[in-house]
Design a protein around this ligand. Structure first.
Ligand SMILES: Cc1ncc(COP(=O)(O)O)c(C=O)c1O
Length: 482
């Protein structure tokens, strides 16, 4: 016994290092804070993109310890300074990230107290806060109070949960799969296709609905494709609209699609991962009319609410449909039913059991700032999009049609040579410069540069600087003979 106690005490000395003293905690925190402050204070001068290679050997784990100073230096050099600087306002490609500071401090708190946000029994307060966020979302999007919902790691998992509910509600299994039909637009985000495969619906029939010049779904084509499938004895069960497509920011005609879905008794899913929060703006509120008709809805706070990566949300009106695949119990879980409550567990609407307290990273900023600066930021992004497009037209670029939200595209009409190749070259020069980041896409077989204005740090002067960089790049391409 003495030997055993002696060994435990020896180990305690070593394992105790995982609980640093207050002075060490302060030292760590001070250095992290200094780094964070330097990063934020200098963010406008940092590159938005760098294709420099990460030195992998410097990041390998060899079991040895390093001083925090060295680790932070490594973090800055090998992680932050390479690839896309997603916290930068000059990130105007893909769907830009957020990363508001008040979310970061919420994450710190949540990690220190390590709330177990999967079960009400384990952390009733964190579940109530998650439900407050979900109730707030329900009120914004006109969903009934008794809808189910979940905060997820992002839009992909949120879509997966919604599609699982649609599948279970319509009992799409075994022999029925190959006769069941889903209607969506060619602009639907690829995570929907991924989710369908994951949930065993890889063999359903997918009908792509025609889109108009603004990339919005053509409802008359939707109507006629559903009718034909019904006449042919197939089983239409799901229609997916997008409120803010990834390529062009298009908002499908939500009300008309909703009416068609309801008339034909189809599950109506709306992917508003990117565009959803623009419903809060005066300019765009009307574009979202009909979103309340959806059976399920996805919105990403890590996009339109400027929260750091790792926060999506799904709402589903039919609670039972979500519970079918997600609600489980087990002998080792029996204590979790001790609370006499009608509040369901977050784990009942999610593939996750143990969950990060991600609600705090939304709740805390909303408590500290109120909603006003978030709405102002979204309205600012819409105006910056118009401003950017106008500035581009002034210097001879051409732009795609007026966008529904804050994603648009453009290209330069070079006089000589292959337009696609030359615009690719132009973007390559922008990448080399690294002070601003755009992505590209293909629209109607044409290579175009995509602009997505959603970072809370993108300001008027960011756009002016981006225009200068684009103009310099196009002059260089022209000089090289275009
Ligand atoms: C419309 C849309 N849906 C879904 C997703 C996937 O979301 P996430 O990357 O958060 O998984 C995206 C991502 O850009 C998107 O734009």
């Amino acid at each position: 016994m003495n030997k055993l106690v002696k060994k435990i005490k020896e180990l305690e000395k070593i394992s105790g290092k995982l609980e640093p003293s207050e002075s060490k905690r302060n030292k760590y925190f001070q250095q992290i804070q200094d780094y964070a402050n330097g990063f934020i204070n200098n963010i406008e001068t940092l590159k938005a993109y760098s294709d420099k290679k990460v030195k992998r050997d410097l990041l390998s784990i060899n079991g040895n310890k390093k001083p925090i100073k060295e680790i932070i230096k490594l973090y800055g050099k090998e992680i932050v300074d390479k690839g896309i600087n997603a916290a930068s306002g000059f990130h105007i490609g893909y769907i830009p990230g957020g990363g508001i500071y008040t979310s970061a401090i919420a994450d710190f708190l949540a990690a220190v107290t390590n709330e177990y946000a999967g079960l009400y029994f384990a952390s009733p307060g964190s579940v109530i806060i998650e439900n407050e966020i979900l109730n707030w979302l329900k009120s914004i999007f006109g969903f009934p109070k008794d809808s189910a919902g979940s905060l997820t790691s992002g839009g992909s998992i949120a879509n997966l949960i919604a599609l699982t509910a649609a599948r279970d509600h319509h009992k799409i299994k075994s022999g029925k799969i190959t006769e069941s039909v889903i209607y969506l637009s060619p602009q639907t985000h690829h995570c929907i296709h991924k989710a369908l495969k994951i949930i065993g619906l890889g063999d359903v029939i997918i009908r792509y609905i025609l889109i108009d010049q603004y990339s919005r779904m053509d409802v008359s084509d939707l109507n006629s494709q559903i009718k034909k499938d019904k006449d042919d004895g197939l089983h239409p069960f799901l229609v997916i609209a997008t409120a803010g497509t990834t390529d062009t920011g298009a908002v499908d005609p939500l009300m008309e699609i909703g009416n068609i879905a309801h008339k034909n008794k189809l599950w109506y899913h709306v992917d508003a991962a990117y565009g959803g929060f623009f419903i809060l703006t005066r300019q765009k509120k009307a574009s979202f009319r009909g979103i309340e008709m959806a059976d399920s809805l996805v919105i990403d706070p890590h996009k339109g609410l400027f929260i750091p990566y790792g926060t999506g949300a799904v709402l589903v009106k039919n609670k039972e449909a979500v519970f079918q695949s997600h609600q489980y119990t087990a002998n080792y879980m029996q204590d979790s039913t001790r609370n006499n409550t009608d509040i369901y567990n977050p784990a009942d609407v999610s593939p996750e059991l143990t969950r990060h307290f991600r609600a705090l990273r939304i709740w805390l900023p909303l408590q500290i700032h109120g909603i006003e600066p978030f709405v102002a930021c979204l309205e600012e992004k819409l105006l910056l999009t118009l401003y950017f497009r106008n500035r581009l037209l002034e210097i001879g670029f051409e732009t795609g049609p007026e966008p529904d939200l804050s994603v648009s595209y453009f290209w330069y009409p070079f006089k000589n040579g292959d337009q696609n190749e030359l615009n690719r070259k132009l973007l390559e020069l922008v990448y080399k410069d690294g002070n601003v980041f755009f992505s590209s896409t293909i629209i109607d077989k044409k290579f175009v540069i995509r602009m997505a204005i959603l970072s809370f740090r993108t300001k008027l002067k960011t756009i002016d600087q981006a225009v200068r960089i684009l103009n310099n790049a196009r002059l260089k391409v022209e000089k090289s003979g275009a």
